[in-house]
Design a binder for this molecule. Structure first.
Ligand SMILES: Nc1ncnc2c1ncn2[C@@H]1O[C@H](COP(=O)(O)OP(=O)(O)OP(=O)(O)O)[C@@H](O)[C@H]1O
Ligand SMILES: [Mg+2]
Length: 248
């Protein structure tokens, strides 16, 4: 479904050559993929290559091929890509276009020009799937960080993209809100969606992610299933600069 072939990328003006190097990665439909690695290793940059923010928004030198459904990203404008690929950024505040929550959930549907009845149905479905009835018709700026995150996920989800990309979705959440986030991701997984998550916190994705990709200095260095990752010793996990796989 998603293919990266010999991809190398350097941000314009970056002193470092090759913020991403020699990336070869194939992601199948319905896969939940976890990108991990120390700060600055290139997780966010890799997500930007898949959602098209590179090269459309972030300039730089891009070599290699990124394809979604066999079609190169390069030739597809962002508004077309965003129908197929929904992104939730690290700070959900940065992606809101509305003041009230219900309009925000409707936003991606409105962008696609869906009829009003369909939009209403999708809002109702999403609200009930994510169990966020208490967040309907609220002022977004009066919500907690975790609640904002749920609205960002709901808005993207109502647009029914094939692929979801989340960049450090748990970074501002407490343990209870992380459980809710896990529920949202498992809903997408059950619906057969492809989900790509860049994260430092790993524990809540054990058993949910199908595959973990470990990056270092802009390259993919290791790959595990979560079962294999859980077999690594605490020392090994620490040496990789990763957080523990268990909350304990
Ligand atoms: N907009 C940008 N312009 C120039 N360089 C950038 C830009 N964004 C990231 N970089 C550089 O690209 C490299 C990879 O950064 P990236 O943000 O992808 O890492 P990351 O793994 O997501 O880190 P973190 O865990 O801290 O979010 C780093 O060297 C970073 O300094
Ligand atoms: Mg990042």
């Amino acid at each position: 479904m998603i293919q990266l072939e010999n991809v190398t990328f350097t941000y314009k003006g970056s002193e470092e050559k090759g913020n991403l190097k020699n990336i070869n990665l194939s992601i199948r439909q319905g896969e939940v993929l976890l990108l991990c690695g120390e700060s600055g290793c290139g997780k966010t940059t890799l997500t930007r290559l898949i959602n098209g923010l590179i090269p459309w928004y972030y300039e730089g030198e891009l070599n290699g091929i990124v394809k979604v459904h066999g079609k190169e990203i390069k030739g597809q404008p962002l508004h077309i890509l965003s129908r197929k690929i929904g992104s939730v950024f690290q700070n959900p505040r940065s992606q809101f276009f509305n003041v009230d929550t219900t309009s925000e959930i409707a936003f991606s549907c409105e962008n696609q020009g869906l009829p009003e009845s369909e939009i209403r149905e999708r809002i109702n479905q999403t609200v009930s799937l994510f169990q966020i009835e208490n967040l309907v018709d609220r002022n977004i700026f009066h919500l907690s960080g975790g609640e904002k995150q749920k609205i960002a996920c709901a808005s993207v989800s109502a647009g029914e993209p094939e692929i979801f990309i989340l960049d450090e979705p748990s970074s501002n959440l407490d343990v209870a809100a992380i459980e809710d986030l896990k529920h949202i991701i498992s809903c997408w997984k059950s619906a057969g969606k492809t989900v790509i998550i860049a994260e430092h916190r790993l524990y809540y994705l054990m058993g949910l992610a199908d595959r973990m990709i470990y990056m270092q200095n802009g390259e993919i260095r290791r790959e595990w299933t979560t079962v294999d990752f859980l077999r690594l010793s605490q020392r090994e996990v620490e040496n990789l600069g990763l957080r523990p796989a268990s909350l304990k």
